[in-house]
Design a protein around this ligand. Structure first.
Ligand code: ADP
Ligand code: MG
Length: 610
């Protein structure tokens, strides 16, 4: 008898278990399934994220449902659309050998009529998000007045998200004599309130310590200057070439900005936050699941309940306000028996927050150093050599080999290896060459900022960018400001809305940027080009700081960087300025840049404390 058989599951479910490849029940499954199968009872089950709670309630629920009746008998409430779909899929997999059991998902952002139609065909089990459920109840599109089982999944997250009232409302439409099963990772006050109010002497099971982070997660923190968060983030990513991570920011704006910057710097990144449409969020989640996105930058709300296994790192770009939220974040890694690392970037003034979290989760943090440029180069070289070693040779190149051999003839093996590695690596090592120490030390408050100012650029963190900076011999005295010059350039060269950026108008001349791809178009347009009988001359700006703009842009450069080996941008682009502004930002930037912009940005925001 397998361990799953011993729990009392019927044959059809055991077959599904086998298909899923589950060999032994997890602790919460081992404890919950027999209790739920045995009789009718309310249950509170506390277990960390990733411990298999879905199956703990899913299997017993399916076994207890009557497939011969089309009445809705079970309702599962879950906090997010993503989770709702995930649970539905799992439940359908569990029920694959059952006859006539339909599991239907109800969630916002999709057609309510379609969902109502599916319900009408008969749904013994409904998996729903609270908002849409409430909506459908009030429109009488569902009937939950006869349910026998109500499951509150990820109850702490639902309440965190402010669904208390919706849940009360929904529960008031269910019969009194049903069983309620509450599953949660943590037991904050609000969850006990729900348990007290809506449950009848529930049995309780707890797996692991209450409110503690999963012990499969290692916690680390890095102390950096407030403005060094982004370069530090990149170094953490570059130190872990196979990273598969969720990066948490506090606001939608930061989330979007960090994701944009990463993408621009050549990383496989994506943003997930509430300002995106449902469709965009689905696309991002799908790419993440398929590993096309290695770094998912997300807000806490949007990332709630994401169940993607094998996440190697959770990075707290900023700490959350609540310790409870930190637990949720770090619980995204170290799932299903795997280990994971939760990293926190903090400034020195925030250091005491680490203590507070340690006390709460009952685990120690390790203080780590942001790796130096040369350490990263070492790691990347190693990675590259291994990658070459593991690369399967491609037979399509066979016919070209004689010609290639001709070219490479006379180069010995050692030299060839050096060249091969250099071809990939030089771009990377240039980026980290002379890069500064990003670690904030007690003695050197703001030292990083000073050293960055001293050379007008940001040490080695000067990015590779796919944009070109130009000089043009017209300026304010010709009646242009940055907006009108931009329009003039765009119209004259036939470029798109956002193709010209970082326009910097001086008295008698100006600078501007375009993407590398349109350089020819720009230079071609302004050859022998006259306005009012005067030659308008455009040339690529040679000066390193962007031609007179070098010093003043120190503030903006903090988001620069190269994408290491992952870089999609060609290494051949000119890099005469500190970065290519991402398109959407260019207007705002050009306008707001002033000699003080660096200072303004460096002002510390008042910290939020626990
Ligand atoms: P939780 O709801 O506790 O966060 P899930 O139910 O989402 O966890 O399960 C996490 C992962 O573990 C899922 O991928 C699930 O398929 C897998 N899993 C669940 N139970 C088992 C088991 N007994 N053996 C192996 N994998 C399991
Ligand atoms: Mg779950």
């Amino acid at each position: 008898m397998t361990k799953f058989e011993a729990l009392g599951l019927q044959k059809s479910l055991l077959d599904a278990v086998a298909d899923l490849g589950f060999e032994t029940p997890s602790e919460v499954q081992e404890k919950a399934i027999p209790i739920l199968l045995e009789g009718e009872t309310d249950l509170v089950a506390l277990a960390q994220t990733g411990t298999g709670k879905t199956a703990a309630f899913g299997f017993p629920l399916i076994q207890k449902i009557d497939g011969n009746s089309r009445t809705t008998q079970g309702l599962i409430l879950s906090p997010t659309r993503e989770l709702c779909l995930q649970i539905t899929k799992e439940m359908q997999a569990y029920a694959k050998y059952e006859r006539n059991i339909n599991v239907v998902a109800i969630y916002g952002g999709a057609s309510i009529t379609d969902q109502a139609r599916q319900i009408k065909r008969g749904a013994q089990i409904i998996v729903a998000t609270p908002g849409r459920m409430k909506d459908m109840i009030s429109r009488r599109l569902v009937d939950i007045s006869k349910i026998d089982y109500c499951i509150l999944d990820e109850a702490d997250e639902m309440l965190n998200m402010g669904f208390m009232e919706d849940i009360k409302d929904i529960l008031s439409n269910t019969p009194n004599e049903k069983s309620t099963w509450l599953f949660s990772a943590t037991m904050p006050k609000e969850v006990s309130v729900i348990a007290k109010k809506f449950m009848h002497s529930p049995q309780e099971i707890t797996v692991g310590a209450k409110n503690s982070g999963a012990s499969t997660v290692q916690h680390e923190y890095y102390v950096v200057g407030g403005r060094d968060r982004y370069p530090a983030l990149k170094r953490l990513a570059d130190t872990n070439p196979d990273i598969f991570s969720v990066i948490f920011c506090r606001t939608k704006r930061d989330t979007q900005k960090v994701a944009e910057n990463l993408i621009e710097d050549g990383y496989n990144a994506g943003a997930l936050h509430g300002d995106l449409s449902q469709n965009q969020r689905d696309l991002v989640m799908n790419s993440f699941r398929k590993r096309q996105i290695q770094m998912l930058v997300a807000t806490d709300v949007a990332a709630r309940g994401i169940d993607v296994d094998d996440i190697t790192h959770v990075i707290n770009y900023q700490l959350p306000d609540e310790i409870e939220t930190y637990t949720h974040r770090s619980g995204r890694t170290g799932r299903a028996g795997k280990t994971g690392i939760s990293m926190v970037l903090i400034t020195r003034s925030e250091q005491r927050k680490i203590k507070a979290i340690e006390n709460k989760i009952n685990q120690k943090f390790e203080l780590k150093k942001v790796p130096s440029g040369s350490e990263i180069c070492g790691i990347q070289l190693h990675h590259l050599a291994n990658k070459i070693k593991d690369t399967e040779t491609n037979s399509n190149i066979d016919s070209y080999l004689p010609a290639i051999n001709d070219i490479l003839e006379g180069i010995d093996r050692e030299e060839l290896i050096k060249k091969l590695i250099s071809a990939e690596f030089t771009r990377f090592s240039t980026y980290y060459n002379k890069s500064k120490d990003l670690n904030s030390s007690d003695s050197g408050r703001d030292r990083g900022e000073r050293s960055e100012r001293s050379d007008g650029r940001r040490g080695g963190e000067t990015p590779t960018s796919g944009s070109v900076r130009y000089f043009i011999n017209i300026g304010e005295k010709d009646g242009y400001d940055w907006m009108s010059l931009k329009d003039f350039l765009r119209d004259t060269a036939g470029l798109g809305q956002d193709d010209v950026f970082k326009v910097d108008v001086k008295e008698s001349f100006s600078f501007f940027n375009t993407d590398t791809e349109v350089t020819e178009k720009i230079l071609g347009t302004f050859t022998e080009f006259k306005v009012d009988g005067r030659f308008v001359n455009v040339e690529v700006s040679k000066s390193p700081g962007g031609g007179g703009g070098g010093k003043r842009r120190s503030g903006g450069s903090s988001f620069g960087g190269s994408g290491g080996f992952k870089g999609k941008r060609s290494g051949g682009s000119r890099r005469d300025d500190d970065r290519g502004a991402s398109k959407g930002r260019s207007r705002e930037r050009s306008k707001s840049e002033s000699p003080n912009s660096g200072k303004r940005r460096s002002q510390k925001r008042k910290g939020d404390f626990f």
